[in-house]
Design a protein around this ligand. Structure first.
Ligand SMILES: [Zn+2]
Ligand SMILES: [Zn+2]
Length: 345
């Protein structure tokens, strides 16, 4: 089959490799569109190259945001999914034995493996996946099928924030995850104020139902949020920006007794005053990846939002242009909600 193989940092070769063969409980899926994720860009740049146990992750076929058609089925997977079915793939496998797994928090399994990072992913004509990680999506358009995974990240974030109906939620960052968080919070009945410096992303957030959008470069976010919440501060703040300034702002924005959820990934440091932790008694919670229920909920949510989401969704590249797609996504955060690579269909 043809595949885009990341051989080493900043080096992708689109070439012929052996077709994958399904194990007993696995299936082979032919991907349609594959979303480019921030983590893909980090992996390509060489920032994620060593797995926790010290083994190199290269060479690797990347791609973990996708739907596709089931092409073949392992012996013990027969009956669980039909050949020809269209599925979206939950890319996270967990060990079941570590502390987070034992307490029902598989999204932070100590030994988790993500398709497209720890095992070969969807930037190829065929990808091998465990049948238990496939979810039937029927006639959901391919671009929306590829958006289920980032939506699941957002669903998990609002679940970590215990967002409830009518609550006022501030979302920091209007990239794909921030937009998905806004939708996921609205789906729970919340009102959303989204903060983002890039105008095109604010316009997208408006189109996707945010009540207010603010440019943090030109407006005083803290006083605007105070006014919006009648002086309380925000009961829930969700960071999808992953920069120190956003975390500092979040601590200022969050109401006393509120919740602050960090979804944005970063290896940067942030300096915070200790005072607000005691003075405000807010909870600060991390959020990583997703659980099986988040993925199932994300399929419903993406499907429900298909009319609003469909036209906004993508800039498209071919499999041969995979390196260009990654570089474009890195260089043009404002260009589209999602950069996608078309593998088939
Ligand atoms: Zn992703
Ligand atoms: Zn585990």
């Amino acid at each position: 089959m043809r595949a885009a193989v990341t051989l080493a940092p900043n080096e992708i070769a689109v070439s012929s490799v052996d077709d994958p063969v399904p194990g007993l409980t696995e299936v082979i899926v032919r991907p349609e569109l594959v979303g480019v994720c921030g983590s893909d860009i980090h992996f390509y740049a060489g920032h994620l190259g060593i797995a926790p146990k010290g083994r190199s992750l290269y060479p690797r076929i990347q791609g973990h945001e996708f739907s596709g058609t089931v092409e073949s089925v392992g012996a013990d997977a027969a009956g669980k999914v039909e050949i020809g079915a269209r599925v979206s793939v939950w890319p996270l496998a967990s060990c079941g034995g570590c502390y987070p797994c034992r307490v029902g928090r598989r999204s932070v399994c100590d030994n988790f493996e993500l398709i497209g990072i720890h095992t070969d992913g969807a930037l190829a004509e065929f990808v091998r996946v465990p049948v238990d990680q496939t979810f039937f999506v029927g006639d959901l358009p391919a671009a929306l099928g590829a958006f289920v995974e980032p939506m699941a990240v957002a669903v998990h974030g609002v679940a970590r924030g215990e967002v409830t109906s009518g609550e006022q939620v501030v979302v920091l960052g209007g990239g794909p995850i921030g937009q998905a968080v806004s939708l996921a919070a609205q789906a729970r009945g919340a009102r959303v104020l989204l903060v983002e410096p890039i105008a095109a992303r604010r316009e997208l957030a408006d189109a996707l139902g945010a009540e207010i959008t603010l440019d943090n470069a030109t407006s005083d976010v803290v006083s605007n949020v105070r006014e919006w919440t009648s002086g309380d501060g925000a009961p829930v703040v969700i960071d999808a920006a992953g920069v120190p300034e956003a975390i500092r702002t979040a601590v200022d924005l969050v109401a006393s007794a509120g919740r602050l959820v960090v979804v944005g990934i970063s290896d940067q440091q942030v300096l915070l005053r200790i005072g607000p932790f005691t003075a405000k008694e807010f909870d600060i919670r991390g959020s990583s990846c997703h659980e099986r229920e988040d993925f199932e909920a994300a399929i419903r949510l993406v499907s429900d939002a298909r009319d609003r989401l469909g036209p906004q969704l993508r800039t498209e590249f071919t499999l041969d242009e995979t390196a260009e797609a990654l570089e474009f996504a890195h260089a043009h955060p404002e260009a589209a909600m999602k950069v996608m690579v078309r593998v088939s269909g």
